[in-house]
Design a protein around this ligand. Structure first.
Ligand SMILES: Nc1ncnc2c1ncn2[C@@H]1O[C@H](COP(=O)(O)OP(=O)(O)O)[C@@H](O)[C@H]1O
Ligand SMILES: [Mg+2]
Length: 398
């Protein structure tokens, strides 16, 4: 295998010496400690004949080490572009990308980034991209040769172990065309893991496969995650997103707030995005009152963090805790849907509570536009009302 020997002479090409030649990605001192990916204000613009258009409109994202994350969004929403910002295949127009605590763009040359990528990331595409004239084993050895990792003599053995892991050892000496598409993708995954990267990035890895092959691939990803790797996968398949720790939705180049998508999963992406933009975030101290019984309710609340207690205050400081609600649950719904006052006190539990608040009018309007969501919320409202009735003896006898 030949290694690239051509090196660009410094300062001869463009005369722009603003960035140091071949600078490697540098450590960022204020990086989030647990994060393996940190995107700060990422903007990506493309130009075409019609002019300039913005595909990523200010993306802030943190993915922690060891997470299994899926990314979904309509075709053209910017998913592949987002992944290309993380892998360094393309570069942002603005903002900062920190992978493994390293700034991968500021002052980093293309060739240094490419070497860095070989050691730090595994990448899997929808259409495998194995080299057709090399055997599966040779394909898996390629990345080790490129970044010169592992002793030359060790490489075939290591590649064989990876093929074994993905169940392809008996096909090691076959050319890609001689195995099934599912097997080609498994070989591509073995190749992605060749240099033992902490992070695997996959763009619709099962998009071209039958459900059984897709399942094998997700199991393999789950195995990597169990070993402490981080896996980020773009997918269209809802049966796969349910198997990840976290699902991120991209809508027209913007990220949807995950509290909103988890609280109201039936909403259309455009409504989720609208809510993301208008929701106000607020923090309450332990035991602080959020809503008082008989107070008019003007907001729909979604819990981001902590736990709230829904409390029925009866005569003379006697109270009943009707329910405790935690992250991704909501309240204020009963009152908004029935147009009334709060039927109970809601207060923060023993820890600080963070909520997202939506104004009444916006909530009601979107519920009218999204009957499926209104129905799902309605069912929860109904269940709560029944719980309330059971907890309040005054209302049980009628
Ligand atoms: N290299 C490029 N040059 C110009 N436009 C691009 C380029 N890559 C992507 N786009 C445009 O950016 C938008 C988002 O593309 P993409 O990230 O591939 O979406 P997704 O992966 O969510 O389907 C699309 O409108 C696409 O045509
Ligand atoms: Mg794509």
């Amino acid at each position: 295998m030949t290694k690239p020997t051509h090196k660009k002479a410094p300062h001869l090409s463009s005369g722009k010496a603003r960035t140091p030649h071949k600078a490697a990605p540098r450590r960022v001192h204020d990086a989030v400690p647990d994060a393996i990916i940190e995107m700060r204000g990422i903007i990506k613009r493309f130009s075409n004949a019609a002019g300039e258009f913005t595909v990523l409109k200010g993306v802030d994202l943190i993915i922690n080490r060891g997470e299994f994350v899926s990314i979904v969004g309509k075709s053209g929403s910017g998913k592949s572009t987002l992944l290309n910002m993380i892998t360094g295949i393309d570069h942002p127009s603005d903002g900062q990308v920190i992978v493994n605590h390293n700034d991968i763009y500021t002052g980093v040359s293309e060739s240094a980034r490419s070497k860095w990528r070989g050691k730090n990331l595994g990448i899997v595409f929808q259409f495998f991209q194995l080299l057709p004239m090399l055997t599966l084993l040779e394909n898996v050895m390629l990345p080790m040769d490129y970044v010169d990792m592992y002793d030359f003599d060790e490489r075939p053995q290591r590649a064989m172990e990876l093929l074994k892991l993905v169940g392809l050892e008996q096909f090691a000496n076959k050319l890609p065309v001689l195995v099934s598409t599912g097997q080609q993708q498994l070989a591509a995954i073995a190749r992605a893991m060749a240099c033992d990267p902490p992070l695997l990035i996959a763009d619709e890895p099962t998009g071209n496969l039958d459900t059984r092959s897709a399942d094998t691939i997700i199991q393999l990803f789950e195995h990597f995650v169990e070993q402490g790797k981080t896996v980020v996968m773009v997918t269209h398949d809802p049966s796969l997103t349910s198997r990840t720790h976290r699902n991120i939705i991209l809508s027209d180049g913007e990220l949807i707030d995950e509290t909103i998508s988890r609280s109201l999963p039936q909403l259309r992406h455009r409504h989720m995005l609208e809510f993301t933009k208008i929701a106000e975030r607020r923090t309450y101290q332990p035991h602080e009152t959020i809503l008082s019984q008989d107070q008019r309710v003007d907001n729909f609340f979604m819990i981001r963090k902590g736990e709230v207690e829904v409390v029925l205050q009866k005569a003379r400081s006697k109270e009943t805790i009707l329910s405790r609600l935690g992250a991704d649950q909501f309240f204020g719904d009963i009152e908004l849907l029935r147009g009334g006052k709060s039927i109970a006190n809601v207060r923060a539990g023993n820890d600080e509570v963070e909520v997202l608040m939506l104004p009444r009018a916006d909530f009601v309007r979107v519920m009218e536009e999204s009957p499926i969501t209104a129905e799902a919320v309605g069912k929860i409202v109904q269940k709560r009302l029944e719980e309330h009735r059971m907890a309040d003896p005054r209302k049980t006898r009628r």
